[in-house]
Design a protein around this ligand. Structure first.
Ligand SMILES: *[C@@H]1O[C@H](CO)[C@@H](O)[C@H](O)[C@H]1NC(C)=O
Ligand SMILES: *[C@@H]1O[C@H](CO)[C@@H](O)[C@H](O)[C@H]1NC(C)=O
Ligand SMILES: *[C@@H]1O[C@H](CO)[C@@H](O)[C@H](O)[C@H]1NC(C)=O
Ligand SMILES: *[C@@H]1O[C@H](CO)[C@@H](O)[C@H](O)[C@H]1NC(C)=O
Length: 487
């Protein structure tokens, strides 16, 4: 694939030819407006060992930086990815890092933080290794604690709704059938590895596979039972497990709790930058195979392949040089690019149901079911939903029971505040109100206006920063939060 930076010089006659060949409604890719990148960390040490692992004793010499840590090879892979990105976005990005132009966020793991830095060293010459000390500039990588990371790591383990969805997948006939076919294999694997594979057989099988793949990648001899056949079966088992996590049934609802959150963030990063006219051009997310898999699940693109180290998915937003007649004002397209192999050009991915490049409106429409609903998704209490008032309506509903009066014109410290109450705070506040002051004095006035009472002075401290209002209109909903357990 041509790199965008290099196009446009010799394109004249070719473009004309292309125009003649294109079906009338096809969009032409215009100039790049915005890029979001999500990549997996580079090569790392295995995450774990198993009881009969022949290399177990030597682990501290084999992996001097520790299990799960980025290796030298991993650093090299990220540098290479960064250099590829520099070539691809040469004409798009400024030659040097500018903080208002590029934002980098990583999960809070050594290997992803280091990967981000190595990548940036490839992307920006002034952060490159060996650049003269006087010119060297480090580049910031942002993160949040793992327990608070809703964007790149998903709180699946602690999410009851997700467990329900997962159970539905693992109880499905095709899953059970596949599992049954592997019973003997898993029993043998248990014997070979000394692992107990009851309980979470697939997860443990995946860990064994991970250990073997890491060891093989570093030239270590695998035990004789770990034949190519066994490795192949292990990766099929692992794909079954992944499919249960990100695929059907109810893939979209699973995505709302996982990869759809990131997808939503990427779309809002773009639209925010556009609508506010920000100079932001690129967001980079340094994360894990699970992040990419969840994203693929949300896009309906999971195909059984696990993203290799330093695999990178790019969302390229472009102005389109022509407006299609049927979609009003649709002048932006989204292209998905997947780089999972350094020896060939990156793959353009096609979102099911949309031509590539996909008009943004169509893309938003197609991915809407996989993105969290405006009212927020279960297990994401502090997730910043794009339509905040509903959080307020839940508070309101809990406080009053029954019918929900959703007020979009309530008094608050700042109507432009984009900070919403965390669910635990809402709950606390509601309980307090229910116990001590079901309706305060000014509630009648506000009730007439369809507004929930202001938090009292007592409870305002918990909510002060989270009092959410937006101006403009007022509406009434029945059972706004019905059906979605906000557990
Ligand atoms: C595997 O099975 C063999 C034969 O039944 C037994 O001798 C061996 O101890 C088993 N290994 C493990 C790790 O359970
Ligand atoms: C991207 O979107 C997420 C979710 O809305 C937000 O937390 C993050 O700050 C945004 N990043 C930038 C650089 O705008
Ligand atoms: C797309 O059209 C909207 C109005 O319809 C305009 O505000 C925006 O700047 C346009 N964007 C591009 C990239 O042309
Ligand atoms: C890259 O991804 C594509 C699409 O998922 C897949 O067909 C291909 O086998 C992958 N290649 C590597 C090296 O992982």
């Amino acid at each position: 694939m041509a790199e965008p930076g290099s196009q446009g010089h010799t394109a004249g006659p070719l473009l004309l030819l292309l125009l003649l060949l294109l079906p009338p409604q096809a969009l032409l890719e215009g100039p790049l407006l915005f890029v979001a990148l999500v990549f997996r960390h580079g090569d790392r040490a295995p995450l774990a060992s198993y009881p009969t692992d022949p290399h177990k004793e030597a682990a501290s010499t084999l992996w001097p930086r520790g299990l799960g840590q980025l290796t030298k090879e991993g650093i090299r892979q990220q540098l290479e990815l960064g250099r590829f990105l520099r070539r691809r976005y040469k004409a798009f990005l400024s030659p040097e890092y500018r903080r208002e132009e590029v934002y980098i966020r990583s999960t809070d793991f050594d290997r992803t933080l280091e990967s981000a830095q190595a990548n940036l060293a490839g992307l920006f010459p002034e952060a490159a290794p060996g650049s003269p000390e006087a010119d060297w500039k480090p580049i910031p990588v942002h993160t949040v604690p793992v327990s608070e990371d809703k964007l790149l790591r998903f709180p699946m383990r602690s999410c009851p709704r997700y467990h329900e969805l997962l159970r539905e997948s693992t109880e499905a006939a095709d899953y059970q059938e596949a599992l049954k076919g592997w019973t003997d294999f898993l029993t043998r694997l248990g014997n070979f590895t000394g692992l107990s594979l009851v309980g979470e057989p697939l997860r443990r099988a995946w860990k064994v596979l991970d250990t073997l793949i890491c060891q093989r990648a570093h030239g270590l001899t695998l035990p004789s039972w770990a034949s190519p056949d066994v490795l192949r079966t292990l990766s099929q088992i692992s794909a079954l497990d992944i499919r249960a996590h990100v695929g059907p049934p109810r893939a979209a609802e699973k995505a709302q709790l996982t990869g759809g959150i990131l997808l939503d963030a990427i779309l809002s990063n773009f639209s925010r930058a556009q609508s506010l006219g920000l100079p932001l051009k690129m967001v980079m997310y340094s994360a894990h195979d699970s992040t990419l898999l969840a994203l693929q699940g949300a896009l309906g693109l999971y195909d059984g392949n696990t993203p290799p180290y330093a695999a990178c998915m790019a969302f390229e937003f472009r102005g389109s040089s022509r407006e299609p007649e049927e979609e009003d004002g649709e002048n932006v397209t989204v292209s998905l690019i997947y780089r999972n192999d350094t020896s060939s050009p990156p793959l353009p991915l096609k979102v099911p149901g949309c031509p590539a490049p996909c008009p943004l409106g169509r893309f938003q429409q197609l991915t809407a079911p996989a993105r969290p609903p405006a009212r927020g998704a279960p297990c994401h209490g502090s997730y910043e939903s794009t339509s905040p008032p509903d959080r307020w309506s839940i508070l309101w509903k809990q406080a009053r029971g029954g019918q929900v009066h959703l007020c979009l014109t309530c008094p608050g410290p700042s109507s432009s505040s984009r900070i919403y109450p965390r669910r635990d705070q809402v709950k606390q506040h509601t309980q307090r109100r229910a116990m001590k002051q079901p309706f305060n004095r000014n509630s009648r006035r506000q009730k007439l206006q369809g507004c929930p009472p202001r938090p009292s002075t007592r409870s305002r401290s918990t909510l002060a920063r989270g009092h959410v209002c937006s101006q403009g209109h007022q509406t009434q909903l029945e059972g706004a939060s019905k059906g979605k357990g906000m557990a």
